[in-house]
Design a protein around this ligand. Structure first.
Ligand SMILES: [Zn+2]
Length: 244
């Protein structure tokens, strides 16, 4: 664990961090965490259909619009640093140099925990590729022989945030986070994603449904805590504890 309160989100496309862990970002920002979001691409080809349907649209215009949306959403959530690596999407592919740039980001942030996509996503291979890259770069950041002299990474948990088409993704949450106190911030960030208005209500319903799981797993009818909005996560690594 880092002494500083820091977190790092690795998002394949510019909007993913908003739908899937915007509440976690806003909540931890409100607790004093410096949350960095690394967007590997803007989702300019694959997640910008509404923009491409406008006549005369160009790649540069789409990228600029998506960057602006992501910046507005990041501000609404209290993101400390939005890093746009602009590596292209559909497909997302990272060279060794690109991966080393991401390792540099991880080492600079020294996150207490990390967030990325589900490990399996047959609808969107960019998403599962981003998680594979996140794991690879986390591993390299831990290696004493990589750029010797730099501060190596500890062992931050990697939480996988909830994918789209949840049941098809082999994603099984083991952690529910109550985001009720920051829901208005997440909803404001969601509404910055003007190109994907069709998802606004869907992700509001997801948060309401996950709140039910929070309540059930915090004690249910015999003392469970009330919760109106929540996010679910699947963790990759075991926890080390002194008491159960
Ligand atoms: Zn995406």
């Amino acid at each position: 664990m880092s002494a500083k309160k820091t977190a790092l989100v690795i998002s394949a496309h510019a909007a993913d961090f908003v739908w899937r862990c915007g509440g976690a970002i806003a909540l931890h920002a409100s607790m004093g965490y410096k949350v960095t979001v690394a967007c590997l691409s803007f989702g300019e080809r694959g997640e910008s259909a509404k923009l491409w349907k406008q006549p005369g649209m160009t790649l540069d215009v789409v990228k600029k619009a998506r960057r602006t949306e992501a910046e507005k959403a990041a501000e609404a959530l209290g993101v400390h640093d939005l890093v746009c690596l602009d590596l292209g999407d559909y497909p997302l592919e990272l060279s060794r140099d690109d991966k080393n740039r991401l390792v540099d980001v991880i080492r600079k942030v020294q996150p207490s925990f990390m967030l990325s996509h589900s490990q399996y996503d047959p609808y969107n291979t960019d998403h599962m590729y981003a998680t594979q890259v996140a794991l690879e770069c986390r591993m390299i950041a831990q290696a004493w022989g990589h750029n010797p002299g730099e501060k190596v990474l500890g062992a931050p948990q990697l939480y996988l945030f909830e994918p789209h088409q949840t049941e098809q993704m082999s994603w099984k949450p083991d952690t529910f986070l109550d985001i009720t106190p920051v829901w208005e911030k997440k909803r404001a960030a969601i509404e910055c994603m003007e190109g994907q208005e069709h998802l606004w209500e869907y992700y509001t319903r997801v948060a309401i449904n996950r709140a039910n799981h929070f309540k059930r797993n915090s004690g249910g009818q015999s003392g469970g805590r009330d919760c109106k909005y929540a996010e679910g996560f699947q963790s990759i690594f075991p926890r080390t504890v002194d008491e159960l």
